[in-house]
Design a protein around this ligand. Structure first.
Ligand code: ADP
Ligand code: MG
Length: 636
């Protein structure tokens, strides 16, 4: 007898489960996707013990027809895809038909479901994928799937599960990303009976963002919007101060589907340009919409990655959206930490949902006096969970983003995500509104007057209304940087012939290599020729290097060229300009006279981005009159 046997169904499903359900959060993700695909407008998720004891996902979607219940648990059974051609116009999240059978194979699962046309619902109980019981049950329209004892029959898999706290934070992450990608759906997440997330489902990106990150953060985030003929981008990006040391805060959704993407992350970072220090990654959430034919969603088993047919075009639009948002919004950061309880609120995602993050957030939601988030439990009860709220539309002067359901008709969807809500009228916003207090738009650029220098470190200044502390070094750096950069843009590649050519010794093979790069070098203003077999002679250098260590910069540039980094030479020159600004700027510990301080402030106030140094650090903090009055307990 031969050795090869067709695997029985259970074994096959358990093996598939290893891919589809690598950890509890993956099961949560699949169940949420099914609920979304079923047209739910409200989704409730509960988990216990990191999802191992219980994952309970309830939706108010269309439900499963009685006859479809058993097929739903068969492998590759799906109601969503009939042919390969369907794949390209798929607006739904699931299409492999693997999730339910895989999850069922490694758990004890209870399904309750009812469609609109059925009077009674059905309850089905499965154990290790085998249907044990099926009976009529009274239940609301929609589907509820309770997964108990995940991995109970696959101890090997169980061993890979990390600490419960880790699993909980993965679960919070999955639900948060889904909520952000679909602000039109009301999500609620309870982890071990604690409310970890609750979004209103009002269609506004900013509402979901606020629910996830908290009001403080939302106040310091900006709308990023851009579009081309084929693509549109809309979302929120946080001020550079909120940048993190990893990419964990960069979230994207393509046509309502949360995805990961390194290139998109790079495009966002490009948009921040020098406002972001090297090695720091911004927090952002961007919705991209495009024709379904322009993106391939079937390139990753977890459907986490996508492939764009015109990646460059997509990137350009993304960078543009960020660039514009930064340009329009960079103001002075305001000190918010003193005696300000809101500053202590933690976001669920950052704080870890398992350890009080949720409590902090609940507190936060209640503490708001309605200015930013008016969150009521009622908004989430009942089927729809929809409620128009004025809160979000006031956000940052009323600019809020509304995302339409991706299953809206195609033409509408093209316009989609990105329908801008009209700003609330001025009188709808009370004066001193916490939201407007946060940052001053640049067009209202304050005329700063130096009051004094303090600690040989900061300039104390005022604009007649608020108080400013300005980092003298960072401010001067910004001024010089802008000056150099302006010059650089004017004569970016203008080469200046050197009076005394510089000779640089090299190994022969390096020389040969460099001679193949002559045109790259010329493109940035550096010209050289061989000088014997083991040296080259630099005859002209970029004009903007004037007054700098031309030899040192040339050596740097040559070694960059040798390492094949020529494509980023422009960037590197910019780095050099930053360094140059940095070196020339006044230092901490330097005494400044009043005219010097005023000159610096004047120069600063003419800049586009006066309040961030070229390394992305703030140059100034603002303390508002209101804050001072609060501090000194003066009543207005
Ligand atoms: P897929 O989502 O790839 O189609 P699944 O195994 O996740 O595969 O689900 C199988 C089928 O079960 C789906 O195609 C759908 O018809 C049905 N289904 C699963 N979950 C739900 C739900 N929450 N509401 C309605 N139908 C569902
Ligand atoms: Mg599915």
């Amino acid at each position: 007898m031969g050795m090869i046997r067709v695997l029985d169904n259970l074994v096959a499903n358990q093996i598939a489960a290893g891919e589809v359900v690598e950890r509890p959060a993956a099961a949560v993700k699949e169940l949420i996707e099914n609920a979304i695909d079923a047209g739910a407008t409200a989704i409730r998720v509960q988990t216990r013990e990191g999802g191992l004891a219980l994952i309970d996902v309830q939706d108010n979607g269309q439900g499963i027809l009685q006859d479809d219940i058993e097929p739903a648990f068969l492998r590759h059974a799906t109601s969503k895809l009939r042919s390969l051609a369907d794949l390209t116009r798929l607006s739904q999240l699931g299409f492999r038909g693997e999730a339910l059978p895989s999850i069922a194979a490694v758990s004890r699962l209870i399904l309750r479901t009812r469609t609109a046309q059925d009077e009674a619902g059905v309850e089905a109980r499965l154990e290790a994928g085998v249907l044990r019981e099926r009976q009529p049950v009274g239940c609301p329209q929609g589907t509820r799937i309770m997964v108990r004892d995940l991995f109970y029959n696959t101890p090997a898999r169980l061993k890979f599960v990390r600490s419960l706290a880790t699993e909980n934070s993965h679960i919070a992450d999955v639900v948060s990303r889904a909520a952000m990608a679909r602000p039109d759906i009301a999500f609620r997440l309870h982890i071990d009976d604690r409310l970890a997330l609750s979004t209103p489902g009002d269609g506004l990106v900013v509402s979901a963002y606020t629910a996830i990150y908290g009001v403080e953060m939302a106040k310091q985030s900006y709308a990023a919007i851009a579009g081309s003929a084929d693509y549109s981008v809309a979302g929120l990006i946080a001020a550079p101060e909120h940048a993190r040391s990893s990419r964990t805060g960069m979230w994207f959704a393509v046509n309502g589907r949360p995805i990961r993407s390194l290139p998109l992350g790079g495009a966002v970072i490009d948009g921040y340009h020098t406002l972001l220090p090297k090695g720091r990654f911004p927090v952002c959430f961007l919705h991209l919409s495009m024709d379904a034919g322009l993106v391939d969603v079937n390139v990753h088993p977890g459907k986490l990655e996508v492939r764009f047919s015109e990646e460059r075009d997509v990137m350009r639009v993304v960078t543009e959206s960020v660039r514009q948002a930064m340009h329009a919004n960079m103001g002075t950061p305001t000190i918010t930490s003193w005696n300000d309880p809101r500053a202590h609120a933690q976001s669920v995602v950052d704080g870890g949902a398992s350890d009080g993050g949720a409590e902090a957030r609940d507190g936060l939601l209640m503490m708001q006096d309605g200015a930013a988030v008016r969150e009521t439990a009622a908004a989430h009860e009942g089927a729809g969970g929809f409620q128009e709220r004025d809160a979000a539309s006031r956000w940052r002067g009323g600019q809020a983003l509304r995302v339409r359901r991706p299953d809206a008709d195609q033409a509408e969807q093209r316009q989609m995500a990105l329908d801008l809500h009209r700003p609330a009228t001025r009188d709808a916003v009370t004066d001193g509104d916490a939201l407007n207090e946060a940052r001053q738009p640049l067009d209202g650029k304050p005329a700063l007057r130096a009051v004094a220098q303090a600690l040989k470190l900061v300039i104390v200044a005022e604009d007649g209304r608020d108080l400013y502390l300005i980092d003298q070094h960072a401010a001067h750096e910004r001024v010089l940087y802008e000056k150099f950069r302006k010059r650089m843009n004017e004569d970016r590649v203008r080469a200046e012939e050197l009076l005394v050519p510089i000779t640089i010794g090299l190994r022969p093979h390096q020389l040969q290599e460099l001679m193949t790069r002559v045109s790259d070098a010329q493109a940035v203003g550096l010209a050289f020729e061989p000088f014997g077999e083991d040296a080259l002679k630099i005859t002209s250098a970029p004009a903007i290097w004037e007054g700098l260590d031309t030899e040192g910069l040339s050596r740097d540039l040559l070694s960059d060229l040798l390492e094949g980094r020529s494509s980023s030479v422009r960037e590197q020159i910019e780095d050099k300009v930053i360094m140059k600004a940095c070196k020339a700027a006044v230092k901490a510990n330097q005494t400044l006279s009043p005219p010097e301080m005023d000159a610096l402030l004047d120069a600063l106030s003419t800049l586009d981005n006066p309040f961030t140094c070229p390394h992305g650090r703030p140059t100034a903090v603002r303390i508002t009159r209101e804050q001072l009055e609060r501090e000194f307990r003066r009543t207005l």
